[in-house]
Design a protein around this ligand. Structure first.
Ligand code: ASP
Length: 336
């Protein structure tokens, strides 16, 4: 049962799960660089963001780490905690304070595994809490606004950042420095958040949350499929594919050039490896979709469509826990 700070009946009840990241980062006062992620606890973040006019808050610390250190264990912990708290009628929505580096990955994993219509919103910051002008408090406020907005229900997991919000499936970090660091790629944002109001402009059409086949309640992280990501570039050594297979990869996401393409030496290596491994063609190009090409697509090679390589990897890890049939995995890449 969640215990909320504040009991204003006109405000939504939001659970904030702290995981660390720059939003909870601290360094030399006034400096925006050379800080340590995950230093400040969730209660302090809540105080700094002055959320008393936005929501009644229940803060919980799940972990306090750099998001580059997030592992499948934290993903399972977050998904399970949300699934448990979602049954509590007093909870209206969830906010996860998270590092920006892997925020899009955690968002997509949760989008495929949490079983609730209640809004789940990730946010973070590009500047640490001790910077001269941190962006975290505003982002946290906006995330709580979105999580408490009735129209946000049923739209899956979202990321709120710099006055806009994005679907978990499409969102990506597009800038390593600017505060406006996220985008939806080709399709813009799902909506805007301003002056305490979230305006929904677009809704996701792919299956998510309650409509997926992935139930992690009895799963262990070791039940996820073994998936590696191989980046292609000019003259890249196809031996990397052998290496991943020797390490037990059941699927390899190929970050190809252009339309998910790669050299003849990679085509030959993939033929040689054969049905021991599923290969998923994605692209190192930020936007667009991968179309079928006879020369690449074979019984063991499928296309990642418009999913980013690291998102295709998440879906394949979950997918491989159900099937190793390439055609069924291809279907998952189409519907999720
Ligand atoms: N390395 C940090 C993290 O992802 C970066 C950030 O939060 O902006 O935890």
């Amino acid at each position: 049962m969640a215990i909320f700070m504040g009991h204003q009946n006109n405000l939504p009840n939001i659970v904030i799960l702290g995981t660390g990241g720059t939003i909870a980062g601290a360094g030399e006062p006034g400096k925006a660089t050379n800080y340590k992620s995950g230093e400040i606890d969730v209660q302090t973040l809540v105080e700094k963001a002055d959320l008393s006019k936005v929501a009644n808050i229940c803060g919980e610390q799940v972990c306090n780490i750099n998001s580059d250190d997030i592992s499948f264990d934290e993903w399972f912990q977050l998904a399970r905690r949300i699934n448990t708290l979602a049954n509590d009628e007093s909870v209206d929505g969830f906010v996860i304070a998270h590092g920006t580096d892997t925020m899009d990955e955690t968002a997509y994993f949760l989008d495929l595994t949490v079983k609730t219509q209640k809004p789940v919103v990730l946010t973070g910051a590009m500047r640490p809490a001790t910077a001269i002008s941190p962006d975290g408090p505003m982002n946290l406020q906006n995330a709580c606004v979105l999580a408490g907005t009735p129209e946000a229900k049923g739209n899956g997991v979202m990321v709120a950042f710099a006055n806009a919000f994005y679907s978990a499936r499409m969102v990506r970090k597009i800038n390593s420095f600017h505060c406006d660091a996220f985008s939806d790629g080709d399709f813009g944002a799902m909506g805007y958040i301003s002056e305490g109001t979230a305006t929904l402009l677009e809704a996701p059409t792919k299956r998510h949350t309650v409509d997926t086949e992935f139930d992690i309640s009895d799963m262990k992280s070791s039940d996820l499929g073994k998936v590696a990501i191989a980046y292609f570039s000019v003259n890249a050594d196809a031996g990397v594919l052998d290496y991943f297979v020797s390490r037990g990869a059941q699927a390899i996401i190929i970050v190809g050039a252009g339309n998910g393409e790669y050299s003849q030496s990679w085509i030959d290596k993939i033929d040689e490896i054969g049905d021991k491994c599923v290969f998923v063609r994605t692209s190192r190009v930020a936007d667009g979709t991968i179309t079928h090409q006879d020369v690449y697509d074979k019984s063991n090679v499928i296309t990642g469509a418009d999913l980013l390589p690291h998102k295709a990897a998440i879906l394949m890890r979950l997918g491989l826990s159900k099937t190793s049939d390439p055609q069924q995995l291809q279907e998952m890449l189409r519907i999720y």
